[in-house]
Ligand binder design. Sequence first.
Ligand SMILES: [Zn+2]
Length: 342
Amino acid sequence: MRALQLVDDRKLERVELPEPEAPAPGEVTLRVKAVALNHIDVWGWRGMAFAKRKMPLTIGAEASGIVEAIGPGVSNVLPGQLVSIYGARTCGRCHHCVAGRDNLCENVGGVHGFHLDGFAQEKINIPARQLVLAPPGIDAVAAALAPVTFGTVEHMLFDNAKLQPGETILIHAGGSGIGSAAIQLAKKMGCIVITTVGSDDKIERAKALGADHVINYRVDRFEGVVRKLTKKKGVDVVFEHVGKDTWAGSMFCLKRGGRLVTCGSTSGVSAEINLMMLFQQQLKLLGSFGCRMENMANAMQKMARGLVHPVIDTEVTFDTIEMALERMESRQVFGKIVLRMD
Ligand SMILES: [Zn+2]
């Protein structure tokens, strides 16, 4: 079977691997259907360069698949069903896992596509407990976006920032995968959404997703526009994933008692914090990583009901993967790039 492996930083190769054996107890053999690509797949996780990565490594951190065979003792899925795959090998036994907080697992065995082989292979054996059943009305591409794209955002907005209807939120990089999901989820709950984009041609697309105000951050300073739009009050919530370049401005945009939730640092991991602003303004800084499996189920329910939809920039195959890498490199992407496995 074919697989896509990272053999060195920024170097991907198509390889042939042996098919997986029959599934062990508690395991399932999946035929992978779609893999949503992330920056981690191409050049690693910025800010996590300290972590040792094994090479070669099969890439793919978020994906969907069809159950092909189930091992002894598996009862949560059946052959033929479409499932979304939780991206970390959590233990299922610690008190966090038992409470449904897999992303706080005390015995995590690694993240697929980073420490462990990922999903860009035609078949994979995987513990059944990492699978979340896709509801009717969901296709393989939508199910592939539940773990990292929509699941991460659900966890950030609703579990961590506790976003409320009627609140104002600033969402950085509305054209990114998580940005395009966040705009839709926040708007559907009745929030006023301000977002940033890096080029004028993305403005109308961000508005079509539900953004009330779109700022081209290359033309205007976002913090100034946000202060003006909110009549100097600031926003209730900032959705951060840019890091160094936007951090000070993001803090400045918050109203008294505001919440900043972050899941990334694509522009750099170190930033200064004005402590006086932090305590006087009573700001709350919330770190978020991954999601609960329930976030994936909730996201897929919303997609099935048509409340939100996957924003797909391009679909590629094994044979056209270079196009995906070039697009990711160019930062011209709006939404997600998906690798179709069939
Ligand atoms: Zn655990």
